[in-house]
Write a protein that binds this ligand. Structure first.
Ligand SMILES: [Cu+2]
Length: 177
């Protein structure tokens, strides 16, 4: 409720603070806290098709080799906006707060995204753009690729951080072979 009264500038500021806090947390713990890094197309060893429904994924879990680079072809087969995001449970929790803000500001509207608002300049170079390399946010019927190089190990999940979706079970484990 409080958030609805914030101005665009203070939203941008609070999103920046969230992002900063997340970075500090991840960096501070070092080992095991990283989900990997953006992969290079030339290093892809496998392609995995991921389908998103309301509110679950197919497949339900993914098995990778340590350090493997995978091309995920993600398709939203559901009727709602969904996300495919690779990260630790802590990263997902932090991102859920940002997504909550995106819903409260009308950027995510159930089955569609307000692209104008996503691209809007919130001041200080911030926007509500959803352009992290470990994640795609898709409207029904859309598909997009994510190329990701996994770390050697870690507590990694792929998850949808649209408010309520993770809580209703829209996540899966990444297991290391
Ligand atoms: Cu979802």
């Amino acid at each position: 409720m409080k958030l609805a009264k914030l101005t665009a500038a203070s939203v941008a500021l609070s999103m920046a603070v969230t992002a900063y806090a997340g970075g500090t947390h991840g960096g501070g713990h070092g080992h095991g806290a990283s989900s990997g890094e953006p992969g290079k197309a030339s290093e892809v060893t496998r392609t995995i098709a991921v389908r998103m429904y309301d509110n679950y994924y197919e497949p339900e879990e993914i098995s990778v080799k340590p350090g493997e680079t995978i091309r995920f072809v993600v398709e939203n087969k559901g009727k709602l906006v969904h996300e495919f995001n690779i990260g630790t449970p802590d990263m997902h929790e932090a991102h859920q707060k940002e997504m909550q803000m995106m819903v409260e500001h009308g950027v995510i509207q159930g089955n569609k995204l307000n692209h104008d608002m996503m691209n809007m300049d919130m001041g200080h170079g911030h926007s509500m753009k959803h352009d992290d390399p470990n994640s795609v946010l898709l409207e029904p019927g859309q598909s997009q690729e994510v190329i990701w190089k996994f770390a050697d190990k870690g507590n990694i999940e792929f998850a949808c951080n649209v408010p309520g979706h993770y809580q209703s079970g829209m996540y899966g484990d990444v297991t290391f072979e």
